[in-house]
Ligand binder design. Structure first.
Ligand code: COS
Length: 380
């Protein structure tokens, strides 16, 4: 395994770091406080090529590899995990799925604008009663000949209001269970499609998370991705890649918290010397750095397997499982190192701690990742 980064990959990482420092850091505390979606910043991310990183340039993307995507996600997540989840969903759940499984007409109509960041996409699988148990879709897509009649509710949808294009999983033939599910491209503005309430969340508060309601929405058959009944496989396959994005987000939250902790520990004095000179703090930093490096290697390995077109489902589940735990543990310790300052907003680590929690939950909880990993181990 080789993890030497190429000049191009290093340049992507540096560009993402500069962008995060210059454009995301100012205002990140206010956006979190007021639950403000980083619309301007996401537009800039599109212009810089971060919204369709892995998409072929002929469809408006940047034509980069998944390793570059991990590097950019880490840098952007160090500063603003609300911006990075928007980026992650657009890149790996929407653009990647459309490029891999969409037809030419769908790519021309939707992918090109999504990859350029001119519009944003959303991925709609979760429902009020179907989170981890994703095969239990209650949303229905009744086959009406040349269109589907879509009815139901989706929950906790990232980019819920800011998106223009939604990939919605729905049950067409209940007798076929998960093999009767379809993935449909729904546009904002289609009659009967209503964006519901915005969630008031613990973390990633700048990200707009909404419920969505579909009442007799007529979705043309041309908007179905893949063959009839392919929707659940589509969702599982895209989520495998999505988990690399969320693992990298968790990695960035952790490494951001560690960088802040190192800087603070060098500055803050206690008992006549900087707290960085106390072994209690040194050991915390050593644990953080070791675990973050392990998380980074898992993320890069999953990305490398994906780039090599090998099976990466277990690797991405491992990366997400481990990196999200590291994010949680590191951010809790970062707050501890900062003491009273860690508990107030100006020092950023309390936000990172709140943001870290969701990485153990969305795109498959840690428990679901263990199912994916163990099934992979036991299948032969
Ligand atoms: N990659 C590719 N295919 C997968 C897969 C994966 N990671 N996990 C399951 N599948 C496939 C299976 O191979 C099976 O396909 P076939 O019937 O063609 O063989 C199909 O999906 C159903 O799988 P299974 O029989 O294992 O269904 P279960 O209900 O027992 O479990 C889990 C499916 C739990 C793995 C699935 O529901 C899941 O991933 N849930 C979490 C969903 C999630 O991440 N939600 C977050 C939403 S986005 S914020």
């Amino acid at each position: 395994m080789k993890f030497d980064l190429t000049e191009e990959q290093l340049a992507v990482r540096d560009a993402a770091r500069d962008f995060a420092q210059n454009e995301l850091l100012p205002g990140v505390i206010e956006r979190d406080e007021h639950q403000k979606f980083p619309a301007e910043q996401v537009k800039m991310m599109g212009e810089l090529g971060f919204m369709g990183m892995m998409v072929d340039p002929k469809y408006g993307g940047s034509g980069m590899d998944s390793v570059s995507y991990v590097l950019a996600m880490e840098e952007i997540s160090k500063i603003d995990a609300s911006a990075s989840v928007c980026m992650s969903v657009n890149n790996s759940l929407v653009c990647w799925g459309l490029e891999k499984y969409g037809n030419e007409e769908q790519k021309q109509k939707y992918l090109t604008r999504l990859a350029k960041g001119e519009i944003i996409g959303a991925f709609c699988l979760s429902e009020p009663e179907a989170g981890s148990d994703a095969t239990s879709q209650r949303t229905t897509a009744e086959d009406k000949g040349d269109y589907y009649l879509l009815n139901g509710t989706k929950n906790w949808i990232t980019n819920g209001n800011s998106a223009s294009v939604y990939i919605v999983m729905a049950q067409t033939d209940a007798s076929k269970a998960h093999k009767g599910i379809n993935a449909l491209i729904v546009e904002k503005g289609m009659e009967g499609f209503v964006v519901g309430k915005k969630e008031n969340k613990l973390g990633i508060r700048g990200s707009d998370t909404h419920s969505l309601m579909f009442q007799d929405v007529k979705v043309p058959k041309a908007n179905r991705i893949g063959d009839d009944g392919f929707g659940f496989s589509f969702a599982m396959s895209t989520l495998n890649g999505g988990r690399i994005g969320i693992a990298s987000q968790a990695l960035g939250i952790a490494s951001g918290a560690m960088e802040l902790s190192i800087a603070y520990a060098k500055e803050r004095k206690a008992f006549g010397k900087s707290i960085a000179e106390h072994q209690a703090i040194q050991f915390k930093l050593a644990d953080m750095a070791t675990e973050i490096e392990a998380a980074r290697l898992l993320c890069l390995r999953a990305a490398q397997l994906k780039d090599q077109k090998a099976d990466f489902s277990q690797a991405s589940a491992m990366a997400k499982l481990f990196a999200s735990d590291v994010a949680m543990k590191t951010t809790v310790e970062a707050v501890q190192i900062h003491g009273g300052y860690g508990y107030v907003k100006e020092y950023h680590v309390e936000r990172l701690m709140r943001d870290a929690k969701i990485t153990q939950i969305y795109e498959g909880t840690s428990e679901i990742q263990k199912i994916v990993i163990s099934r992979g181990l036991l299948k032969n």
